[in-house]
Design a protein around this ligand. Structure first.
Ligand code: ADP
Length: 228
């Protein structure tokens, strides 16, 4: 596969919660290493689309293909393995494990994959350095600021070398200065590891870090025209 092949594709996705349509024929394609922002007003279906693409939520109909494999045709166990090995996640509120130190949080995905503690922590340390929070390794999430916690969360999401990073409003709880810094660090790190990024945001300043924008409206998606 070349780096410009599409890695994740969705066709005609539909998803209804009770009588509420969340997705109504949404389409999506992302190339390997590409950074795409899903934009749109609250309630338009952005998070549902992200959760379907990541195999967390099953669509009612339509297909999602990751690296040549259709997600709905895979067993739950195979999808879990895929999520653990090939996908990374960053959410609005870091969702770090409060009882673990920041270093242990970043090492956790490696430990769950069977990597020995010493090796996992040394790789985690280098990721904390890349996110400019090396000095926070011994602190617990409750002892760091929101922006610092999100940097730790970004380090944790990339430590396993995922092919796709899913980021759902990753700066939604931060002020604009910290938000911009986290976006800069996140996109720099993703580009250096050639991870594709699916970024959900309603903030145009955040979307500006993406290569391309897709607008989601009433559960449908369309490519946005970008001002030059
Ligand atoms: P966005 O991320 O753009 O704010 P969502 O994907 O969260 O939009 O929601 C799309 C629509 O689906 C909304 O009307 C929302 O209320 C509904 N919805 C999303 N998740 C659920 C759920 N778990 N249960 C019921 N309705 C939901």
């Amino acid at each position: 596969m070349t780096t410009r092949d599409s890695i994740l594709t969705a066709v005609a996705l539909r998803k209804t919660y009770g009588s509420t349509p969340a997705l109504d024929g949404a389409e999506f394609t992302i190339l390997a290493g590409e950074i795409v922002a899903l934009m749109g007003p609250s309630g338009s279906g952005k998070s549902t689309l992200l959760h379907c693409l990541a195999g967390i939520v099953a669509a009612d109909s339509g297909t999602i293909t990751y690296d040549g494999r259709e997600l709905s045709a895979m067993s739950d166990a195979a999808r879990s393995t895929l999520r653990r090995n090939d996908f990374g996640f960053v959410f609005q509120f870091g969702q770090l494990v409060p009882e673990l130190t920041c270093l242990e949080n970043v090492a956790l995905p490696l430990r769950l994959n069977g990597v020995k503690r010493k090796d996992a922590e040394s790789r985690a340390r280098s990721w904390l350095e890349r996110l400019e929070v090396a000095d926070l390794g011994h602190k617990r999430p409750g002892e760091v600021s929101g922006g610092q916690g999100q940097r730790v969360a970004v380090a944790r999401s990339l430590v396993t070398g995922p092919k796709v990073l899913f980021a759902d409003e990753p700066t939604g709880a931060l002020d604009s200065v910290n938000g911009e810094r986290v976006m800069q660090l996140l996109t720099d790190a993703a580009r250096s590891t050639r991870a594709a990024v699916v970024l959900v945001t309603h903030d145009a300043r955040v979307a500006a870090y993406a290569d391309r924008e897709i607008v989601v409206r009433d559960g449908r998606s369309s490519t946005a025209e970008r001002a030059a």
